[in-house]
Design a protein around this ligand. Structure first.
Ligand code: UDX
Ligand code: UDX
Length: 487
């Protein structure tokens, strides 16, 4: 296929099918996509929803999502999608089989594509150099090698996975060293979607970031990727940068967001000691337009696949570039998060007469936040582990997380040890000494707490790790309540 002609030596124009981009004026003529083919490697939380949105907004583009995991692909081809996101199923059902496809035929997908998004996981390394901090880039590298081996024409390769700064350089090196006669442009297009609101974030993003090399070919490739998003995102929200700024912006955005949560959580400890109320403090400081109200909700701790991983990644980069003080500064954000989870459990133990041993604790919510079935780095995992170390008995309920997921993250099996999974919150609370709310699911606000209280061991304790319940009303029912940052 000779779809992408990077005509940088002989002329000023790049023809990408119907795209005609003039390097000089940076003007491009966005006409129809005329059969552009996109392949996304990785049908995960990021790849699946992002590609579904592109397919829905750009009916002229054929979008194929490939994944090594056949079970996951089968899930995407069924009515029970492997990723739960409000609004996702409707879009997938609307586009699947038309211009949206899910398959394990990775090589075919790569060969036929004009644009390839790499959206595979980049977990924190568990061994070797940088263990516990650096991102494990083996999957990104194997994607680059596979793209080079498969060939199939000139391509734009887009890093969607969050990667350390300068990863694009390695990807470019691997692609160039293939010497297969095709040319490749590597673009950084990090994802800022948050789980649970992924479809809203994709449809109306605050910004789309597209970074490329500062060469005519690089700029042209940036324009091609930007023009895909421009089908539904206003031009002023599409930010074009160089590659390294784009890669670093993703890590920095997550580090800043996590830092806000750790900052307010640090203040929650002081609130508990002084009688101040952290929600009132958040409201008061958030009213300052320079600070703003978002990401100031104190909690049992932040979780999710990105915050901790990206900060560790950032600190590793700082150390690598000889900036240990900067690394230390950001490390504190993660340490504060760990402390918050420990403080939560310590407070439970203190309140419950200095022991939770053999006491039944109803754990309400296990996902790292509401409206997702994702438990990666969920604070519930650490809280439950600490409670198990204290030989408590856990009765866990979450509306979306699979029982096997809960059990495997706790290293236990149903019926063994001290964990049982409950089908509803009432079952979890019946006969319990305490309730720990660890995810802010809306349905917890609608529970009949008078009924629950009557079925619990007395005195009945309630620890709200998300500050979502009306503690005053619960006190009136008879609960002994503890919120985060409530003196
Ligand atoms: C991932 C990264 O974790 C994140 O850093 C990045 O920003 C976006 O991609 P996510 O989509 O949540 O996020 O990951 P995950 O749900 O684990 O999906 C990755 C998928 O890639 C898995 O389905 C896995 O099977 C697939 N994969 C992985 C491949 O198809 N090929 C590989 O070589 C490796
Ligand atoms: C985050 C970023 O928001 C997103 O832009 C990026 O692409 C991926 O990482 P996500 O991890 O899905 O998204 O969830 P987010 O809403 O950011 O929440 C992360 C964690 O912080 C959750 O555990 C959440 O409960 C917690 N949190 C968030 C708080 O404890 N308080 C807050 O005020 C906000």
């Amino acid at each position: 296929m000779d779809l992408l002609k990077l005509n940088c030596h002989t002329g000023n124009f790049l023809y990408f099918k119907s795209f005609r981009i003039k390097y000089g004026s940076r003007r491009f003529l966005p006409q129809k996509f005329l059969g552009m083919k996109i392949c996304c490697i990785g049908a995960g939380y990021v790849g699946g929803p992002t590609m579904a949105m592109i397919a829905d907004k750009c009916e002229d583009i054929q979008v194929t999502v490939v994944d090594l995991n056949a079970e996951r692909v089968d899930g995407w081809n069924s009515d029970d999608l492997p990723v739960f996101e409000p609004g996702l199923t409707e879009i997938v059902l609307r586009r699947r089989g038309k211009n949206l496809f899910f398959t394990t035929a990775v090589e075919d997908g790569i060969r036929e594509a004009d644009v390839i998004f790499i959206s595979v996981n980049t977990p924190t390394k568990t061994s070797g150099v940088g263990a516990g901090k650096a991102a494990d880039l083996r999957y990104v590298e194997s994607c680059a090698r596979q793209i080079a081996e498969v060939g199939g024409g000139d391509k734009i390769v887009v890093e969607k996975s969050t990667v350390p700064v300068r990863t694009a350089h390695s990807v470019q090196e691997i692609l160039s060293s293939a010497e297969n006669g095709h040319s490749y442009q590597v673009i950084s297009n990090p994802e800022f979607l948050a789980e649970g609101t992924a479809m809203k974030d994709l449809e109306k993003p605050d910004r789309v970031l597209v970074g490329g090399t500062v060469t005519p070919e690089g700029r042209a490739a940036v324009d091609v990727i930007a023009s895909i998003y421009a089908q539904w995102v206003p031009q002023e929200r599409i930010i074009k940068t160089n590659l390294w700024s784009s890669e670093l912006s993703k890590l920095t955005a997550n580090a800043f967001l996590a830092q806000r949560v750790s900052s307010i959580n640090s203040i929650s400890a002081l609130c508990e000691a002084t009688g101040a109320d952290v929600d009132e403090v958040s409201h008061a400081i958030g009213a300052d337009s320079r600070i703003g109200p978002k990401f100031l909700k104190s909690s049992v701790g932040f979780g999710g696949s990105c915050f901790q991983k990206d900060i560790l990644n950032l600190t590793y980069l700082c150390e690598h570039f000889g900036l240990p003080e900067i690394a230390e500064y950001w490390t504190k954000v993660v340490e504060m998060n760990d402390l918050q989870k420990k403080r939560f459990v310590t407070r439970m133990i203190d309140a419950m007469f200095n022991t939770v041993s053999e006491k039944k604790i109803a754990v309400l919510g296990y996902a790292f936040k509401k409206d997702t079935n994702d438990v990666r780095e969920s604070p519930a995992i650490d809280v439950c582990r600490y409670l198990l170390d204290e030989t408590a008995e856990l009765r866990v309920y979450d509306p979306k997380v699979e029982p096997e997921t809960i059990l495997s993250t706790l290293g236990t099996k149903e019926g063994e040890d001290s964990v049982s999974i409950c089908k509803d919150p009432y079952e979890a609370c019946e006969g319990s000494h305490a309730i720990a709310v660890l995810t802010e699911w809306d349905e917890f606000n609608d529970l009949d707490f008078a009924k629950i209280h009557a079925q619990m061991k007395q005195p009945a304790f309630l620890f709200d790790g998300r500050n979502v319940l009306d503690l005053k009303a619960l006190e009136e029912i008879g609960f002994r309540t503890y919120g985060i940052g409530k003196g």
